[in-house]
Design a protein around this ligand. Structure first.
Ligand code: PFF
Length: 456
């Protein structure tokens, strides 16, 4: 068995791990991205394909990733180094740490908007915008203002750093245990509000009745990319959280629970948003602006909208915060484990570095809006590079690693710890996991990657 450094922190409880991992998974990807991507890609048909991707690729890769973390008690670089001893695989772990930097750098910019929108909602600003076009103009003027966009970006990064600074149990676990239930409750309130609006049934129909005419190969690929992003896979966030897990805990069922929670939240967010959008007669397929352009108008038109607007943006910020914490933790764990830095130094240095790397993304909406590289501005480039290339590549390499390099014999010994009953009672699940990790995941992800880089 691989040595476990006794000084390294662990989650205080099994629930602590599940809530922290669900906190990482549930974020802007569920509440901001999932509804608009579903809206653009045919609603229910997209959702069905996404569910299949989450089940047959997301879940097996998630279990594999957490397993590597739990086995090694290391960050992504240390974990691959320990299990393989090879430079190539160590570099794969390093790619995860770099992807973490890049994602956090632009993710915190959008999260900053959400933070800023709490203040806009409290100020009652949305009353001034009865139509999405006006709300859109207001949004553009906010993101065009340097003090606004940089100020909230910095504030959000500081909040993230504060939690990571406090450590695994006292910061991440405690924060998740408070924030996640609040998030569930707020989102359920919003869903009930949406469902009780006149005309909500149209929104439900959009989510439940598949329109297969919209579906093509591209839809499948977008659904798979979404599964990776929303489950925080492919860059070592789940690996790092797994590294604080006890060997006594059942990793197999935890994996199921995390995927179910993440998917449930995306669906609940979808119901809350689309029932409200349809009930107020707005369009579902307006793209990334759905939340910032359309929702203020939805809130204005709905009874009790003032309060629900505030609740919504608080919820979005909490969800983004628990995800950003996991991104910063990957980088921190690397410097603490491998370079023997103190947690404090790692958080201060890399929180600041991430902020600096994120500045060009924040400036993409104003002074750098004309600057394009490969046809994309900085923000889109960071998103494209990380979500469409680095995450799927990381996930593919991780499944190849477990299936062919580390080897299933060793992986199964580790997986069995804490999951003896599952091995006895449901051997089929274990067989399926092997099949998916070894064949389905690498091949399907490879196809996504080829598509991302425009091969077909
Ligand atoms: N899963 C997060 C979301 O859905 O918003 C985003 C994310 C967090 C991606 C952490 C990757 C990651 F490592």
């Amino acid at each position: 068995m691989i040595s476990n450094e006794s000084s390294r922190e662990q989650w205080g409880s099994k629930l602590g791990f599940i809530l922290a991992a669900a906190g990482s998974a549930i974020g802007l990807g569920n509440i901001w991205k999932f509804p608009y991507v579903a809206g653009e890609n045919g609603g229910a048909a997209f959702i069905l394909i996404y569910l299949v991707c989450a089940a047959i690729i997301g879940l097996p890769v998630l279990i594999a990733e957490v397993l590597i973390g739990r086995t090694t008690n290391r960050n992504p670089v240390g974990a691959f180094k320990l299990l393989s001893g090879s430079k190539f695989w160590t570099a794969v772990g390093g790619m995860g740490v770099i992807a973490g930097f890049i994602i956090l750098s632009y993710y915190a910019v959008i999260a900053g908007w959400s933070l800023g929108y709490i203040v806009e909602a409290i100020k009652g600003e949305f009353n001034n915008f009865p139509e999405p076009a006006q709300a859109g103009e207001h949004f553009n003027s906010l993101v065009g203002s340097l003090p606004w966009i940089i100020g909230y970006f910095a504030l959000f990064m500081s909040l993230t750093m504060w939690f990571v600074l406090s450590g695994v149990q006292k910061g991440i676990e405690k924060g998740s245990k408070i924030m996640m239930p609040v998030l569930f409750i707020l989102l359920i309130i919003l869903m009930v509000r949406g469902l009780t609006l006149d005309g909500a049934s149209e929104g439900l129909e959009f989510l439940l009745k598949p329109d297969w005419d919209h579906v093509n190969a591209q839809t499948v690929l977008i659904a798979l990319g979404q599964a990776f992003f929303t489950l925080s896979l492919g860059m070592g966030a789940m690996l790092t959280y797994g590294s604080y897990m006890s060997k006594k805990d059942n990793l197999f069922t935890s994996g199921f629970q995390i995927v179910i929670l993440d998917t449930a939240i995306a669906l609940i967010a979808g119901i809350a948003i689309f029932t409200a959008v349809f009930a107020t007669g707005l369009a579902p397929n307006v793209g990334p602006g759905l939340i910032f352009h359309t929702l203020p108008v939805v809130f204005l038109k709905m009874p009790g909208g003032y309060i629900f607007a505030i609740v919504f943006f608080i919820l979005l910020t909490i969800a983004a915060l628990t995800s950003a914490i996991s991104l910063l933790e990957v980088i921190t764990a690397y410097f603490v484990d491998e370079k023997r830095w103190s947690r404090k130094k790692a958080v201060y240095v890399f929180g600041t570095v991430t902020f600096l790397i994120g500045l060009p993304s924040a400036l993409s909406f104003n002074v750098l809006s004309d600057f394009h590289l490969l046809g994309l501005n900085f923000f889109d480039l960071a998103d494209y590079l990380s979500s469409n290339i680095l995450l799927p590549l990381g996930g593919m390499l991780l499944s190849v690693f477990v299936g062919y390099v580390w080897g299933f014999d060793k992986a199964l010994i580790e997986l069995k710890r804490g999951a003896e009953k599952i091995f006895e009672r449901y051997p089929l699940f274990i067989k399926l996991w092997q099949l998916f990790v070894k064949y389905f995941a690498p091949v399907l992800i490879f196809l996504v990657l080829l598509h991302s880089i425009g091969v077909f």
